[in-house]
Design a protein around this ligand. Structure first.
Ligand code: TXA
Ligand code: MG
Length: 319
């Protein structure tokens, strides 16, 4: 029997009983539990096989609840929350003492956001506790953007996937931390750098080496298909290296003609990066079931959401 359901009351019942369920957001599905329940939070880590040193994002229903979570909110953090919430920006702020260490992996900061999905906003409003929710995929595999993706990962381990349809943004939230009250990007994501800079001015992008202590989940191979995947500026040239292989190709706007291509997915025929981002993970999920020898992905233009898409493709190809 399917565990996918639209029943919000049932979701409330399970979460109130310290169970975990999957919830929809505009970015990806999350594996959610009561932030104040040690049982629920432990089971999120165990179900995902996520190391305990990698902290979780707290989801709240409105900016008004931020004062329950963060002990201090820099001016630019407030500007960003006002500009983008509900929406795909996560702020890393000094935590209140009441936030359990399990959520923050012992750090004195907490990641928090208001997701922009009607079902989950209703759910959060009706609950009397916030939800911790990492992406609902096993550690380091492709993030889920449909209820079916989650079901195929976890159908024997969780009781319910709250169905909210396909995620509209399709890649995770942009994560922003603060140093001396100035914002720093910890993870590229569904809100572009350009849109963020329009609100708070020029912003620092944390380099790969700095990321480790700040956002440990961002270091290694991540968002990865099981099939070996490579990222290139020139798919046609790369194809020459695999004459007798079963090749899958992931391109931005238009098909490539080549006899080696077994399966090909175009992410946006009109060249719309928002559309491409919303289809990215589903395309990787689809290519991954074709029993291919290799997936060749085309690099995106390095601006706007293209930067975030390239970041995910880069991590999908890391070994
Ligand atoms: O779009 C999203 O953000 C989705 C949906 C479900 O909201 N969630 C998500 O969660 O992507 P997750 O757990 O897959 O990624 C959370 C990232 C991790 O890389 C973690 O290291 C970082 O957030 N993070 C969480 N708390 C942090 C903190 N206190 N300081 C620095 N990084 C933190
Ligand atoms: Mg994740």
């Amino acid at each position: 029997m399917s565990i996918i359901s639209k029943d919000i009351s049932k979701a409330i019942e399970l979460l109130s009983a310290e169970d975990i369920i999957a919830i929809p957001t505009e970015t990806v599905y999350g594996l959610a539990g009561n932030i104040y329940s040690e049982k629920a939070i432990t089971s999120i880590f165990e179900t995902k096989k996520r190391p305990f040193f990698n902290p979780l994002i707290v989801h709240i229903s409105s900016i008004d609840e931020l004062s329950d979570i963060a002990a201090y909110v820099p001016k630019k953090a407030r500007l960003l929350a006002e500009a983008f919430w509900p929406g795909p920006i996560t702020l890393v702020l000094k935590k209140k003492a009441s936030i359990p260490d399990l959520i923050t992996a012992g750090k004195d900061t907490v990641a928090v956001r208001v997701p922009n999905h009607p079902t989950t906003l209703e759910l959060l409003r009706r609950l009397d506790f916030p939800l911790a929710a990492p992406s609902a995929n096993p550690f380091s595999s492709i993030s889920p953007t449909t209820a079916q993706h989650v079901e195929s990962y976890f159908k024997d381990q969780i009781k319910m996937v709250l169905d909210g349809g396909a995620c509209t943004s399709g890649i995770e939230s942009t994560i922003i931390g603060f140093e001396n009250d100035e914002p720093i990007i910890y993870r590229l994501g569904s809100t572009s750098l350009e849109d963020i800079e329009a609100v708070v001015g020029s912003i620092t992008l944390m380099t790969k080496n700095d990321v480790a202590p700040q956002a440990p989940g961002m270091l290694d191979r991540h968002y990865a298909p099981k099939t070996k995947t490579i990222l290139t500026d020139n798919v046609s040239e790369e194809l020459k290296g695999f004459p007798d292989k079963r090749v899958g190709v992931l391109v931005f706007t238009s098909e490539i003609e080549h006899p080696s291509i077994n399966t090909q997915i175009v992410l946006s025929r009109t060249g719309d990066m928002k559309e491409a981002a919303s289809h990215l993970y589903d395309a990787l999920h689809q290519l991954d079931v074709h029993d291919l020898d290799i997936i060749i992905a085309e690099r995106f233009p390095d601006h706007g959401l293209g930067k975030s898409i390239n970041d995910r493709l880069q991590r999908a190809t890391a070994s």
